[in-house]
Design a protein around this ligand. Structure first.
Ligand code: SAH
Length: 395
């Protein structure tokens, strides 16, 4: 088997079981390798560190699949890894109150670059690492055996695949093609989502717990839900007894699904309004109109894709925080999120504090939030944490 030797002193992260091997840490590769080749990883001195898959075009030149010396990377290996990953979530599966759940979350579940989400009868897979490309059929075969489903669909249409030298891919992998809108239920809410057209694999499963928290916070409140997408938070707020929710998004198709979701949950048009607008502009406009709300949600898209963009991103987060704070009534709340991996919690907290300060507001953090438990963070893989949230109460 080809062997990858690290440079002197570069083994410490692997000894801590971090799965990534950057190109700069590699001394040499012995043997023939191509995209996806399985390689043994050794320290400069020759100590076994892991068994990885090779990615010639990415800065992350290899990702470890197994830390067990002698473990074969074969069909059975993927069966074991998938079974383990699904078993970790057994308490979240097959519940009458919940039909959607992430089943596999990449590195945190020992399957680098693989995401599998379950939306009712359909599974959606996303492959973003070249090392798993040639195992796709085997992974699909195992998933069919492990989870009862009527179709498996692929949404490998993300930009990260370019870095791996991979084309974008999307389409049915097995079974029935999902209908235009699939319906799921969670915590006594129902949502329709588009597996083929939606963001990510169709929906924001990562906000599951935060939707349920919002439900508890919303009683009698007037809520402004910025970056509303298909109304995930909007439905939860009304379910919790919010007086009225204004959902804002720049995407009219997303708000069209949001409307269906609000109606499907029994909320009539007098309880919500959907506004197609740019949040940055609308918040300013609302300030001019002297509008105010009891609770504002800010859940923007990833403003920073990479560390290099983080300054621009920090400015954007601060700007919406500042603009939103002007609109929050005394005693009201701001629920704000960042899903940029490049912005960590302490920086996000600082940006939020700065935005509030510049708006002349003071307050307290009452909840620290993060992605839901089916998106776990491997102890050896802190990069798995990407979603951070704060709920602040303003004086
Ligand atoms: N809160 C949502 C997810 C938000 S995803 C949920 O929990 O389901 C981010 C959303 O922001 C997308 O729907 C995108 O259309 C919207 N968006 C991006 N930039 C925007 C802008 N400048 N103004 C308004 N909406 C924007």
């Amino acid at each position: 088997m080809p062997t990858l030797f690290l440079k002197k002193g570069k083994e410490s992260s692997l000894l801590r079981r971090h799965p990534w091997i950057f190109s700069g840490a590699i001394a040499k590769v012995e043997g023939e390798v191509s995209a996806g080749s399985v390689v043994i990883v050794r320290s400069f001195a020759g100590q076994y560190l892991g068994t990885a898959a090779f990615s010639p075009s990415s800065q992350i030149r290899a990702r470890v699949l197994s830390f067990k010396e002698g473990e074969k990377i074969d069909e059975a290996f993927f069966g074991r890894a998938l079974r383990r990953s699904i078993a970790r979530r057994s308490h979240l599966l097959n519940l009458p109150t919940r039909s959607a759940c992430r089943l596999v979350y990449g590195e945190s579940d020992g399957l680098p670059g693989l995401i599998v989400d379950r939306y009712g009868e359909y599974l959606v897979c996303q492959f973003s690492f070249v090392g798993l490309e040639s195992w796709r059929d085997i992974i699909v075969e195992h998933l069919r055996g492990l989870v009862q489903c009527s179709g498996i669909y692929e949404r490998s249409d993300l930009s990260a695949r370019k870095r791996e030298g991979l084309e974008s891919r999307q389409g049915s992998l097995w079974g029935q093609e999902p209908p235009e809108l699939v319906e799921i239920n969670e915590d006594e809410r129902v949502y329709k989502l588009s597996i083929a057209q939606g963001h990510k694999t169709g929906y924001y499963l990562d906000q599951y717990d935060n939707r349920s928290l919002l439900r508890k916070l919303s009683r009698n409140l007037e809520v402004l839900n910025c970056f509303a997408y298909t109304g995930g938070f909007g439905v939860a707020a009304l379910q919790g007894g919010a007086k009225h929710v204004t959902n804002v998004d720049s995407s009219a198709p997303a708000l069209h699904i949001a409307e269906q979701n609000l109606l499907a949950n029994g909320f009539t048009h007098d309880r919500f309004s959907n506004v197609t607008a740019n949040v940055f502009d609308l918040l300013r406009q609302y300030r001019e109109q002297e509008k105010s709300f009891d609770l504002i949600i800010l859940d923007p898209p990833k403003f920073a894709e990479t560390k290099a963009q983080f300054k621009r991103a920090a400015r954007a987060y601060k700007d919406i925080t500042l603009q939103a704070s002007h609109l929050i009534r005394p005693g009201g709340m701001l629920m704000t999120y960042s899903c940029s991996g490049a912005i960590d919690l302490s920086l996000f907290q600082k940006i939020t504090a700065d935005g509030l300060l510049d708006a002349g507001r003071s307050g307290q953090i009452v909840h620290y939030l993060h992605q839901a438990e089916d998106h776990p963070i491997g102890l050896a893989f802190p990069e798995g944490l990407y979603l951070k949230g704060l709920v602040c109460r303003l004086d």
